[in-house]
Design a protein around this ligand. Structure first.
Ligand code: BZD
Length: 809
């Protein structure tokens, strides 16, 4: 299928006319987006069908990535690119006097996730398809995505995100594959004359799970995998029982909104309903699919891998047990062996408050059969381990503890593999958070450092840089990222450095224009662009960044004639709606922005830009323009981070603590090419253990720090209503949980080193080039290859010499 420009033009015109019954010349941008999306979907549909059929024909083992969150970003450009028809479409549209870029902007960006975890799931979907691995996503089709963030007087306000308002061109409703999910009621087991127990149900709430399938297009390999998102509806045969909206509510609410929570976990019945709904529908449809393979049930683990993305889908374990026993009539032991061999689990956090625990009473009432199974898993676990490991370890690792179901324990016990998402994180899981489990099941633990897809985050987000790399080292790096290291050979090549610098400047100019357009702030594109983009959380320490900005501001005011390296501080961050402290930080940063941006003494020396509604689309604009990526979490707290990888791949230098994947970034890029500061994880553990930290002492003894902290509450910053004082109090009077003050000085030092380097543009750019050239190890293609080989045991299915090749690291 080699589409030509002329063919595209003709087919597109017809497509448009068929859909809207008038000529393309009269169409709105939105209509063009819809028509073009449908055109691309039609174009890929053959591959989508053939990929599915070929996996079945080959008897391929398939992986199912269960995740409550996916953040795919806009798909028009990505799909056209991976299909290899982007340039043809662009050219064709130009001939029709239409702009591809504006059409692409009309697509809604599905915010079906909170942050890193959801975006990782989508990077993985891209890599699975591009590596020709039979991989499926399984999640929820939330009607409303994560809230849209607005700032009103500098405060975060949440507005509903109705991403489905205009039609979603990518999805296909699949009425053939619906499932029934049961909640509540009474359940009991009855022996029957066939020799097994039958599960009997009464008074259950029955919910129809309807799948919407979305194509996940591989990179130029004719492979299209599937992302299946479930939506809750009333079962057709029960429609007559529902009369009012109130009666429908318990069903429609299940897939109405994404739980807006990033790690500050609050238990809620609805969330548990969502989790079970997704998991039950997903496992049912997998088992149904498995039947097509016509092999004995004991071979399920040879054909299916279920991956549990954090504990949110951990009910897949008891649900698979339920289906194998109640519906497939296997014994407990048979079902358990299959379940453990099939399931694997990734942990994404060590924050204790983020580890899911459900009240037993809630679980029992909402999911009676599932609870019976969990109870039995727990009973057998305890019976087996008590004599071997004794009381302490056994009770600390039990699933049922103090009236709650510990979901991480369920996930570890029911899986054959448990992984963290960066080396340090996995070490911490083994030595601290899950250390008793590590003693029991050492062989289950492994590390899989996160990765990102360079296709979206470099090839598409940064086309000029991509073209330059192509020109210098050829295009092989696009299929085999390890090739990128060849680009290191240009670190002393003045011409290349100039080109890298010019591309960065162009990207910054584009971002500067966008800043002016949406924020009305004029920034100098030659200033150092310093970027912190991630969810707002105290452990990520956006407030440390804010203190540094205040420090700079006060220094400029004190020494107005001193030359400084001009900086633009750029933020993007949403706070969980109930997370008061995070919202106070947003308000403080916005108020600092008002202060700094409007002070005539400051001019271009310092600007602060806090974008509203940070998400995938905004990240694509910001990242290529960044000079510094801020990765300043308290060491030991950030599981991995992934914006660190996207930023370095686009030539930003990383300002980092030795946390998460920053450590591996440092190892690959070399410590001369990254700015490291702050406490190490060991120092943090020590300070916590011996309780010797006194933040107030620092406030009292460090004059520079005191000046900055006082500015939070002495009226220096306009427009605050106690938010500055609240942060001051947390840092000074409540002993600074995340060691912000402790790390402040070394942070400022590192920032000064960055200034000094930025004053030597060639040297800066050389390091920037080295970052780009060292980013290959963070390609999600490698990460996925390791999951495929070590955990899932799934193969790549090449159909020719196309596609991302077997990887050479
Ligand atoms: O997962 C993030 C971690 O904080 C990052 O360090 C890591 O890089 C990414 C990917 O592994 N965790 C999340 O994004 N977590 C959530 O979004 C979340 C959502 C619901 C409930 C709890 C956490």
């Amino acid at each position: 299928m080699n589409l030509t420009v002329q063919e595209f033009i003709e087919e597109y015109k017809t497509q448009f006319q068929t859909m809207f019954a008038y000529s393309y010349e009269e169409g709105t941008t939105e209509q063009h987006y819809t028509a073009l999306g449908i055109f691309i979907k039609n174009y890929l549909s053959r591959h989508w069908k053939e990929t599915r059929e070929s996996y079945i024909k080959e008897g391929a083992k398939q992986v199912y990535y269960f995740s409550m969150e996916f953040l795919p970003g806009r798909q028009l450009r990505n799909n056209a690119y991976n299909l290899g028809i982007l340039d043809i479409i662009k050219e064709g549209l130009t001939e029709l006097d239409l702009s591809f870029d504006s059409i692409a902007e009309a697509e809604a960006d599905p915010a079906l996730g909170n942050g890193g975890l959801g975006r990782l799931a989508s990077c993985f979907m891209d890599s699975l398809a591009s590596l020709s691995i039979p991989g499926n996503g399984n999640g929820i089709r939330y009607q409303y995505g994560l809230f849209r963030q607005k700032f009103v007087d500098g405060y975060q306000v949440e507005v509903p995100e109705n991403w489905l308002r205009n039609r979603n061109v990518w999805e296909t409703r699949n009425n053939k594959s619906t499932c029934l999910v049961r909640f509540g009621g009474n359940v009991w087991l009855e022996p029957n004359d066939k020799g097994y127990y039958e599960a009997k149900y009464e008074n259950t709430l029955n919910v129809l799970a309807v799948p919407y399938d979305t194509p996940m297009v591989g990179y130029r390999n004719n492979k299209v995998n599937n992302l299946r998102l479930w939506s809750a509806e009333i079962p057709v045969e029960e429609e007559a029982n529902y009369h009012t909206l109130d009666e429908i509510q318990p069903i429609s609410e299940i897939t109405q909104v994404l739980y807006p929570d990033d790690s500050n976990y609050e238990g809620q019945l609805l969330r548990l309903k969502q989790e079970y709904f997704m998991v039950s529908a997903g496992v049912q449809s997998i088992i149904r699919h498995f039947r097509k393979y016509n092999v004995p049930r004991k071979n399920i683990p040879d054909k299916i891998a279920i991956h549990i993305n954090d504990t949110h889908p951990a009910l897949a374990i008891p649900e698979l047990m339920r289906i194998l026993m109640d519906e497939e009539h296997l014994t407990w032991d048979q079902a358990w062996e299959i379940t453990q061999k099939t399931c694997s689990y990734t942990n994404h956090t060590i924050l204790r408050e983020a580890l899911e625990k459900w009240p037993i009473d809630m679980m029992k009432e909402l999911l009676p059969r599932i609870y019976m199974i969990i109870e039995e898993i727990n009973r057998r676990f305890v019976d087996y381990h008590l004599p071997l490991y004794g009381e302490r370890i056994t009770w600390q690792t039990a699933i049922l503890q103090n009236g709650v179901v510990n979901m991480a324990h369920l996930a570890v016990i029911g899986s054959h593999s448990v992984n963290g998402v960066a080396k340090l994180h996995t070490d911490i899981l083994m030595s601290d958070v899950l250390k008793d489990f590590f003693e029991i099941y050492p062989e289950r633990f492994n590390n899989k450092t996160n990765g990102i897809t360079q296709r979206r985050w470099v090839h598409l987000a940064n086309p000029e840089l991509t073209a330059l790399i192509d020109e210098k080292i050829g295009e092989e790096w696009k299929r085999n990222p390890a090739e990128l290291k060849v680009f290191k050979g240009f670190e002393q090549d003045e011409e290349t450095l100039k080109q890298v610098a010019e591309i960065k400047l162009n990207n910054k100019k584009r971002l500067a224009d966008y800043i002016e357009e949406v924020k009305g702030i004029q920034v100098n594109p030659r200033a150092l662009f310093d970027v912190q983009i991630k969810r707002l959380h105290a452990y990520k320490r956006q407030h440390l960044n804010a203190l540094h900005i205040l420090h700079r501001y006060l220094e400029i005011k004190r020494n107005p004639d001193k030359e400084v390296v001009p900086r633009v501080f750029i933020f993007g961050a949403k706070a969980a709606p109930s997370y008061v402290y995070a919202k106070q930080i947003i308000k403080v940063i916005n108020s600092i922005a008002d202060l700094v941006n409007n002070d005539p003494d400051i001019g271009d020396k310092l600007k602060v830009v806090f974008f509203e509604n940070y998400g995938v689309s905004l990240a694509e604009k910001i990242i290529p323009a960044a000079d510094i990526g801020e990765q300043i979490s308290l060491a030991s707290m950030e599981a991995s981070g992934t914006s660190n990888m996207k930023l370095m791949a686009n030539g930003a230098l990383t300002m980092a603590t030795l946390d998460g994947a920053n450590i591996e970034i440092k190892d690959f890029v070399g410590e001369d090419n990254i700015f490291i500061f702050g406490l190490t994880d060991k120092e943090v553990y020590e300070l916590k253990a011996n309780q010797s930290y006194q933040s107030k002492e620092l406030y009292e003894t460090n004059e520079q720090l005191r000046r900055v902290l006082d500015a939070l509450k002495d009226g220096t910053i306009p427009g605050l209503n106690g938010e500055g004082s609240a942060i001051f109090d947390s840092l000074v009077h409540y002993n600074d949980e995340y060691f912000v003050l402790k790390d402040f000085e070394s942070y400022v030092d590192a920032q000064n080193r960055a200034d000094a380097l930025y004053a030597k543009p060639m040297e800066w750019t050389r390091k920037s080039l080295l970052n780009i050239a060292s980013s290959a190890p963070f390609s999600a293609d490698y990460t996925i290859k390791r999951y495929a080989d070590d955990i899932w045991k799934v193969k790549q299915y090449f159909t020719g010499d196309e596609g991302v090749q077997p990887l050479d690291e």
